[in-house]
Ligand binder design. Structure first.
Ligand code: ADP
Length: 241
């Protein structure tokens, strides 16, 4: 398998400006049944280009909420989320969608692949949605698939793959547009231990090769220790130590 993964982005290592910064971020949800839920409580942190952060915490501690705010899918109730020094609240929803499309790769526990499309079409999906044609992106798609050992499955329908293979396809899709940050919500949560390890190895390797920052939520202590730092959420408060 080739390790040539397109141009590295050394300029990111030279700047001290954070890629993502949360300042005093709180998020509450108003629910009919349970009243106001405090999902995040005055959370502050910075993530630098190329940095790898694992987020751990019990179910309901706010991990998914934090990732949603980081991706600009949702906005905080109070506090600021800055992406490359721009307050996400100051941007239109369209602009936030473009940042997510062009700059951020998302990986989910349940893969979120389209089962009736081929492996290659699933990887190319962000470009196909943007109006591109698979033919144009096929070389990059194949390069990514080769990198994760699935180039010979490119034209198979995706639902013939195993869970580990599906997650590798989802990682390729997340990396298609060479994002500056990958956000992964329990990417190995639906995989057995050995497959999860292998998928995590690949994600860490690929993030490093592309100099993408990587923020991943995990329940596995072992997988968490692979990051540069492990942050713990306790009922919405973040412990960075
Ligand atoms: P985790 O990912 O750590 O399991 P979440 O971020 O999903 O935690 O949830 C944090 C808290 O916020 C939980 O109490 C959850 O029930 C609540 N919550 C999350 N999303 C919503 C929502 N859309 N509406 C109401 N409550 C929510």
């Amino acid at each position: 398998m080739s390790s040539d993964f397109g141009p590295a982005r050394p300029e990111h290592r030279l700047t001290s400006e954070p890629l993502l910064a949360f300042h005093d971020v709180s998020k509450t949800y108003d629910t009919f049944a349970a009243g106001t839920k405090h999902a995040l409580d005055r959370v502050s942190f910075e993530i630098s280009p190329g940095e790898r952060i694992a987020i751990v915490g019990r179910s309901g501690s706010g991990k998914s909420t934090l990732l949603h705010l980081a991706a600009g899918i949702d906005l905080p109730t109070s506090g600021t989320v800055r992406w490359k020094n721009t307050d996400l609240r100051s941007l239109t929803e369209r602009r936030r969608t473009l940042i997510r499309r062009d700059d951020i790769g998302l990986v989910f526990q349940f893969f979120h692949l389209l089962s009736h499309l081929s492996v290659a079409e699933n990887v190319a999906l962000p470009e196909l949605i943007a109006g591109g044609r698979l033919r144009t992106f096929r070389p990059r798609v194949m390069h990514l698939l080769e990198r994760v050992g699935l180039d010979d499955r490119a034209d198979d329908v995706v639902d013939r793959l195993s869970g580990g293979e599906m997650q590798r396809v989802a990682i390729c899709r997340a990396l298609l547009r060479q994002p500056t940050m990958l956000l992964a919500d329990e990417p190995t949560g639906n995989l057995d231990d050995a497959t999860g390890q292998a998928v995590m190895d690949l994600m860490l390797e690929l993030a490093e090769e592309t100099n993408s920052a990587l923020v991943y939520v995990t329940h596995s202590h072992e997988l968490a220790t692979r990051a540069d730092a492990v942050w713990t959420l306790h009922s919405g408060t973040l412990d960075l130590s």
